[in-house]
Design a protein around this ligand. Structure first.
Ligand SMILES: C[S@@+](CC[C@H](N)C(=O)[O-])C[C@H]1O[C@@H](n2cnc3c(N)ncnc32)[C@H](O)[C@@H]1O
Length: 246
């Protein structure tokens, strides 16, 4: 699924003469704003991890992002290790960790497949697996590094559900879906023979999709990128129209 989706993106970007974005580097500022805005709000993933940790345990967060879980959790465990391949995201997180005087954090600047870190009592991997092409090895490694529990958060539906209609209108084809929870469930069952203990929880219910953008122009530019539409092209007009009529 990941390879097909990537091939579709490459083909449509090429056709529209658009450069591929440096994915997380391009999104880092926006991602940080959305995490900052939600700071202090209810976070069911945080609650789930808190229930599994005590002060003498170690925690490993794979694809740590801005550290929205690991920074507050660092006060409740002996040591935290964060794995994060994006330099831009690591820089933001390091600044927040310093500001919050987090002293028991080790950061590995690598992707999980190649990261050289120690196993931990509890492993967390929250909203990372959508773009991993070789998911079997990724999941095997998560399991191998979790001494007690491994908690993986993944959506049940498509992140860009609201773009699927405009995408079909613009390109005349379906946006290839990204993997979601049911796909992961099957992979884990195949690889490890485990029937995963699934807990359904609300994720950003009621959040406004436009809330992560500072201006309408910033939102339009980002959506253009997600829809593979060149600035000023006919595709953008179709998209703007479908937005304003919905
Ligand atoms: C949607 S963010 C989630 C961040 C954080 N876990 C959270 O829930 O807020 C996905 C993060 O996974 C990282 N990531 C992507 N591919 C990865 C990989 N192969 N190994 C480790 N991290 C990865 C990205 O750089 C990004 O920071």
């Amino acid at each position: 699924m990941v390879a097909e989706r990537e091939a579709q993106a490459t083909r449509l970007r090429r056709a529209a003469d658009i450069d591929p974005p440096a994915f997380w580097e391009e999104r880092a500022g926006r991602f940080r704003r959305s995490v900052q805005r939600r700071a202090g709000q209810e976070d069911p993933i945080f609650d789930l991890v808190v229930a599994q940790v005590t002060i003498n345990l170690t925690l490993l967060d794979v694809g740590v992002g801005m550290g929205r879980h690991v920074l507050p959790l660092s006060r409740r465990v002996e040591h935290v290790t964060a794995v994060e391949p994006s330099q831009a995201i690591r820089d933001f997180m390091a600044a927040d960790a310093a500001e919050q005087q987090v002293a028991n954090l080790t950061v590995a600047g690598a992707d999980w497949q190649t990261a050289d870190v120690a196993p931990a009592d509890v492993v967390l991997c929250s909203h990372v697996i959508y773009n991993v092409p070789e998911v079997g090895g990724f999941v095997d490694k998560l399991a191998a590094y979790a001494l007690q529990h491994c908690i993986i958060a993944m959506r049940t539906g498509q992140r860009d559900q609201m773009l699927r209609g405009p995408f079909q209108q613009i390109h005349g084809e379906e946006l290839i879906p990204e993997p979601v929870l049911v796909d992961l469930y099957n992979v884990v069952h195949q690889r490890l023979g485990i029937a995963v203990n699934v807990q359904a929880m609300n994720f950003r219910r009621g959040a406004m999709p436009l809330g992560n953008y500072e201006t309408l122009n910033e939102a339009i530019a980002a959506l253009r990128g997600q829809l593979f539409v060149a600035e000023g092209s006919a595709g953008q007009v179709v998209y703007a129209h479908s937005c304003s009529s919905s």
